[in-house]
Design a protein around this ligand. Structure first.
Ligand SMILES: C[S@@+](CC[C@H](N)C(=O)[O-])C[C@H]1O[C@@H](n2cnc3c(N)ncnc32)[C@H](O)[C@@H]1O
Length: 323
């Protein structure tokens, strides 16, 4: 596999058809198509807001004894399925790692993540890499991370075995942002309902300025047809624990987050992706973020006591390579 990112952001109808029977081709086409707009689409930034979010996920699951070491906590870190670099670049900015390697199956994503890392002045290199066959030597990294990637990988246990292989003895992995089976059920339905309602509302008289241009909608719907193919799994927390242990990890644990926050977050993100970019403005962004933060607090501090772990939307898993 080439290490030079050469993206293909405009998949033809024939390529999309071929990708229906090839989940890895679907990953590449879909994520190459998304790469340059991805940060805007998902409101990803590299400032305090997303640094705190990424570090917050890390702190939820990594033991305090490891977090209290002098920063940077780890020397060399790897991210799998980095996308635009949201998780590792923000973790590095928060003092988690000194050097980072951002990798993804999509060349378009590697290109954007490497560019983002350089723009932030971080010590980062990028490589096109399949998480099922990580192109690095055994015992290379002190930390391996991923965000919203495991559910795209056909053989998750194989990938976790690869993670354990490239970690140094005593090294840690942290995967966050994976959908639970129950969470995915309600999130998908809420997102679908929002999409249909918004598209119908945009067709009403006087809503012309809220509609996206037809060519954009056509290309969006061609690539978005792949969205259903690229999402391969949802997880029960105990299944992730089992796979990590089978892969050879020790000190494995999971945590889950976002219940009412996900019920708000999915409709909000779907609505944002339906209207022209920039149309909603900062007032909306502030409202959405504050509402999400408030509901996340309610989930973490009140609902956690009564709602089963598997009903929260996001699950994360960590483990260590035996010394
Ligand atoms: C939902 S995106 C998440 C991106 C980023 N981690 C984030 O949270 O913003 C999933 C990413 O995983 C990548 N991916 C899918 N299958 C992969 C595989 N087998 N190996 C490596 N990356 C993969 C996709 O190309 C995509 O960039």
């Amino acid at each position: 596999m080439s290490t030079e990112p050469t993206p293909n952001p405009h998949a033809t109808a024939e390529e999309v058809e071929a990708a229906r029977h090839d989940s890895k081709l679907a990953q590449v086409l879909y994520h190459d198509w998304e790469a340059e707009q991805y940060d805007d689409k998902w409101s990803i930034s590299y400032d305090e807001r997303c640094i705190d979010y990424a570090r917050g996920r890390f702190d939820v699951i990594v033991p305090a004894s490891e977090r209290s070491r002098p920063e940077p906590l780890y020397d060399r870190a790897l991210e799998l399925g980095c996308g635009t670099g949201f998780f590792l670049l923000n973790l590095m900015q928060s003092g988690v790692a000194r050097r980072g390697s951002v990798t993804d199956l999509s060349p378009g994503m590697v290109k954007v993540a490497t560019r983002n890392g350089k723009n932030l002045g971080l010590d980062v290199d990028g490589r096109v890499a399949d998480a099922e066959g990580i192109p690095y030597e055994d015992n290379t990294f002190d930390l391996v991370v991923g965000h919203a990637v495991l559910h795209h990988i056909p053989d998750v246990e194989l990938s976790l075995r690869e993670v354990v292989r490239v970690l140094k003895p005593g090294g840690r992995f942290v995967f966050a942002g994976e959908p639970t089976t129950v969470g995915n059920f309600y999130a998908r339905r809420l997102a679908d309902l929002t999409w249909k309602t918004t598209v119908a509302a945009m067709k009403l008289p006087g809503m012309g300025s809220w509609r996206r241009p037809q060519e954009e909608l056509d290309e969006n719907s061609r690539a978005a047809a792949l969205e259903w193919i690229v999402d391969l799994h949802t997880f029960e927390p105990r299944d992730l624990e089992r796979m990590a242990a089978n892969a050879g990890a020790v000190q494995v644990s999971t945590a889950s987050e976002e219940f009412t926050a996900a019920m708000l977050g999915w409709p909000v993100r779907t609505f944002e992706s339906t209207v022209p970019p920039g149309k909603l403005g900062w007032g909306w962004a502030r409202f959405a973020f504050r509402s999400w933060t408030t509901l996340s607090w309610v989930d973490a501090n009140l609902l956690r006591r009564v709602v089963p772990k598997g009903w929260f939307y996001n699950v994360m898993v960590t483990g260590v390579k035996p010394s």
